[in-house]
Ligand binder design. Structure first.
Ligand code: ATP
Ligand code: RIB
Length: 308
């Protein structure tokens, strides 16, 4: 039987504007058109899991507007069980305004809307979904208290917890870090959570986070791949070389793929390599959920790499 992955997190309508370069403070620039795309870290990760063949469900909140209906319908169309997504009356669906520049980099402003109504009581309404899953995958675009209480609940039920601490708070309590099986920050988030500054290397940050209770830390390093820090050892996993056109949701793709790989019984090293391959495809395409690769695409690359 396939293991189940439950995503608990945010849904946003992404308003994406392409720009030549990011506007500086006080500067006005022209954008190359506006696109509305389904996004939000939680929904993106659920989409990545589903497109890679994982069995997934999501708990989250949208508003009672047209965007909310669109976001949950899109997930349903991708075979995500969306029965845990509440349409909250009288609030607007989460929005993200995203600039993507010619180098593929991005700058994002999130207006949380309904995501901030995703409180612990809402999660408790869907406790059965936690009971019936094997992995719980969370990010931090819903209230911190909800994230921490969900982790506590999931661990009392013996589930494997993956926490992608994005966007990163200044710290995560050590009693929570001890409950997280896999902490998956990007390099900036790792340094923030470790209390470091720009000079701190990701490896050092990961090691500090291990010391604070996070047993296994997987730091994503953009075009450099990812590292795993656990049991006093740090191992690097290089990224596949590609020409990135839009890195938005690269981390979401990585997290979804990592969860799928673990759910299929791969060990951490293979799961990270799989996630690197999946995310390397996502960054070659514009967009968020629409840029997530299908399973066959990742397997095709895997075969080529295995032959090397
Ligand atoms: P985002 O916030 O944009 O979703 P992130 O900052 O959370 O992304 P990154 O560390 O930038 O995450 O990237 C996640 C993963 O995506 C990397 O570990 C790598 O596998 C892949 N990736 C990102 N950028 C590139 C690139 N230029 N070339 C190849 N792979 C990439
Ligand atoms: O990680 C990318 C996502 O971050 C976007 O889809 C946007 O909605 C923001 O939440």
């Amino acid at each position: 039987m396939r293991k189940k992955i439950l995503v608990v997190g945010s849904l946003n309508m992404d308003m994406v504007v392409r720009v030549k370069s990011m506007p500086l403070p006080g500067e006005t620039v022209y954008g190359g058109g506006l696109t509305y795309l389904p996004g939000g870290k939680g929904a993106n990760q659920a989409a990545a899991v589903a497109k890679l063949g994982g069995d997934t469900a999501m708990i989250g909140c949208v508003g009672d507007d047209a965007f909310g209906a669109k976001l949950s319908n899109e997930l349903k169309a991708m075979n995500v069980d969306e029965s845990g997504i509440s349409r909250v009356i009288g609030v607007t669906t989460g929005l993200a305004v995203i600039y993507v520049d010619d180098g593929g980099g991005n700058s994002i402003v999130v207006v949380p809307g309904a995501n901030h109504t995703c409180d612990t009581a809402r999660i408790q309404l869907h406790e059965d979904m936690i009971a019936h899953c094997d992995y719980v995958l969370l990010q931090m675009e819903i209230p911190q208290s909800t994230v921490y209480n969900t982790i506590r609940l999931a661990k009392t039920m013996g589930k494997t917890v993956i926490l992608n601490p994005a966007p990163a708070p200044t710290f995560i309590p050590e009693d929570i870090l001890r409950l997280v099986d896999y902490l998956t920050p990007n390099e900036h988030e790792a340094v923030t959570l470790a209390g470091g500054d720009a000079a701190m290397r990701p490896e050092e940050a990961a090691c500090i986070l291990n010391g604070k209770g996070a047993g296994k830390v997987v730091v994503t390093l953009g075009g450099k791949g990812a590292l795993l820090s656990a049991d006093g050892t740090c191992t690097y996993f290089p990224a596949r070389e590609v020409r990135a056109v839009d890195t938005t949701a690269a981390g979401d793709c990585f997290n979804g793929a990592f969860a799928v790989a673990l759910s299929e019984g791969m060990d951490e090293a293979r799961a990270i390599a799989f996630a690197n391959r999946a995310a390397s495809i996502a960054v070659t395409r514009a967009g968020t959920q629409n840029s997530m690769p299908a399973r066959e695409e990742v397997d095709e690359i895997s075969e080529i790499w295995n032959e090397k």
